[in-house]
Design a protein around this ligand. Structure first.
Ligand SMILES: [Fe+2]
Ligand SMILES: [Fe+2]
Length: 326
């Protein structure tokens, strides 16, 4: 199905239809699954929503790693709820992608054979409990920055999924910041762990907004279609401006000697991440890429019997064959 859509992209789109479509977007209309849409719009959305869904699911792994080692029962319950939320986000987003004509199985297969990607941030290891704080504070914080504007995106099912997701992301960010407060205001050793977590997650968090605008290939068309609402650099700047005062409040130091308030531009000056590291991680060479993909493959294979059972049951019902009483 997806392959057919890629092939059909070579067909010329009707210029009149394209114009009407753009007019609808410009007028702030929501595009719904049954509406006509250009192939490029459909394809870009499938890629974006699919990668977003994969990120939610793979994103459970670094934190799931700490559920059994959370320091208190309360922290364990909170982290468990947060990781379950991420599974829910993945499912809403797979459903939104399915309305564009691609199945969840196809999307999963594309993740597993590496035709589709997920956010580079989840290829970094979680070494200490303070990493749960840094992830909630910085990674969920960056996710909110990316996702709040997407509540106004032009594709109806995606925009609506974002509304609930953003509410839950706010909780995630607060719980992360709460862990950071406890650690940063705790013993010297705890403060050291909090600082170390900030040091390791700062630049990977900045990378979450994607490459610099000058190198971002998809931006212009995606912004015209309101699939993307802000440029990568705009969002990165907003994130730094929001986060720097929070680090001050924690008494922690952002690992950037160039970080400085710029009165003239009304924002912070800061050092860009190392983009060669970003491309290495995106291309499969981050610290945990192999481990993350292996975990997803194992989960997919282990779940085969469940999918087979559900399918067999559905087929029995469809054929109206009574299920034998045990
Ligand atoms: Fe999420
Ligand atoms: Fe989250």
């Amino acid at each position: 199905m997806y392959a057919q859509m890629i092939e059909s992209e070579v067909e010329c789109e009707d210029p009149q239809k394209l114009k009407e479509f753009q007019n609808r977007i410009d007028a702030g209309d929501k595009i719904e699954p049954q509406d006509w849409m250009p192939n490029g719009y459909r394809k870009t959305l499938i890629r974006q929503i699919g990668q977003h869904a994969h990120s939610e699911i793979v994103g459970q792994l670094p934190e799931g790693n700490w559920i059994t080692r959370a320091p208190t029962l309360e922290r364990k319950a909170i982290l468990l709820a947060k990781v379950q939320d991420e599974a829910g986000h993945g499912l809403y987003l797979y459903c939104a992608a399915e309305t564009l004509g691609v199945s969840r199985d196809e999307l999963t297969e594309m993740l597993l054979d590496e035709r589709m990607k997920y956010s580079s941030i989840f290829n970094y290891p979680t070494l200490t409990w303070a990493d749960m704080g840094a992830i909630g504070w910085l990674v969920d914080g960056a996710a909110i920055m990316n996702q709040v504007p997407l509540q106004r995106t032009s594709y109806g099912p995606y925009a609506r999924a974002m509304i609930r997701i953003c509410k839950e992301e706010s909780f995630h960010q607060r719980q992360g910041f709460d862990i950071m407060i406890k650690m940063a205001k705790g013993s010297a050793e705890q403060k050291h762990m909090a600082q170390d977590a900030l040091n390791r997650f700062w630049y990977p968090a900045l990378m979450m907004f994607g490459p610099s605008d000058t190198d971002s290939v998809h931006s212009v068309q995606s912004m015209a279609w309101k699939i993307k609402m802000n440029t990568n650099d705009e969002l990165r700047q907003k994130f730094v401006d929001q986060t720097a005062p929070q680090a001050d409040l924690l008494g922690l130091t952002i690992p950037d000697a160039n970080l400085e308030w710029d009165e003239h531009k009304g924002g912070y000056n800061f050092t860009e991440p190392d983009w060669s590291e970003f491309y290495a991680v995106i291309n499969g060479n981050g610290p945990c890429n192999v481990e993350r993909l292996a975990a997803r493959k194992k989960a997919w294979e282990d779940g085969q019997w469940v999918r087979d059972g559900l399918l067999a049951n559905a087929e029995k019902h469809a054929a109206k064959i009574p299920v034998a009483a045990e």
